[in-house]
Ligand binder design. Structure first.
Ligand code: SF4
Length: 199
């Protein structure tokens, strides 16, 4: 039987179990049954495991998200537990206090869940689709690069610079996606490039 039990709870339970067993030998089997019924079922039973990366810093520890609810059956999926990924080479299952508190981020009412835009002159943000957001970002970047790209400096040397737009990358990423991000940014000529890990 799976069960979640702390060290303190284990010792208390072991003591109660020993007493229950002794009492059971004298005909007190109900004591053992009551003790077994009082132990909570393992809370991660029947959960789905999803591997991810901690969002907080550039260490990029591996995490496992445990969720309940099957989206394919029309159920609402909810993350109920987050812990370090023991198979991840970076952290081997450990998490610092910030990473250990990730569930608070997931459930935060102030968490941004979708793209929003504040139009010129407006005093409020409006929700837009991911496609609309990506199309708009791509359009603005292309227009700005076409207008401000510097192919040669004043001495005629080729520099291929684009200094009128900057890029802020996230740290919650793998080495591979960080490599791809760097290549995209630098190959476009962008010099202003920073990372959330410095925050
Ligand atoms: S668990 Fe801590 S050290 Fe690891 S990525 Fe998250 S914030 Fe950084």
């Amino acid at each position: 039987m799976n069960m979640e039990i702390s060290r303190r709870g284990f010792l208390a339970g072991a003591g109660a179990g020993l007493a229950g067993t002794t009492l059971g030998a004298f005909g007190f089997g109900d004591v053992e049954a009551a003790h077994a019924a009082a132990i909570r079922p393992f809370k991660l039973a029947n959960t789905a495991e999803t591997r991810n990366t901690c969002t907080y810093c550039s260490v990029a520890c591996g995490i496992i998200l445990y969720s309940k609810g099957d989206l394919k059956k029309g159920e609402k999926a909810e993350i109920i537990h987050v812990e370090g990924d023991t198979d991840h080479p970076t952290n081997r299952g450990t998490l610092c206090p910030k990473g250990a508190a990730l569930l608070d981020i997931v459930r935060a009412k102030t968490r941004t869940l979708y793209p929003q835009v504040r139009k010129p002159g407006s005093d409020k943000f409006e929700r837009v689709s991911w496609d609309a957001a990506l199309d708009r970002i791509a359009r603005l970047m292309k227009d700005d690069r076409d207008k401000n790209f510097i192919a040669k400096n004043n001495d005629g040397a080729t520099v291929n610079r684009w200094v009128s737009t900057g890029f802020l990358a996230a740290s919650a990423t793998t080495n591979e996606t960080a490599w791809a991000t760097y290549k995209v940014v630098r190959s476009a000529g962008m010099l202003v490039f920073d990372n959330q890990a410095r925050v």
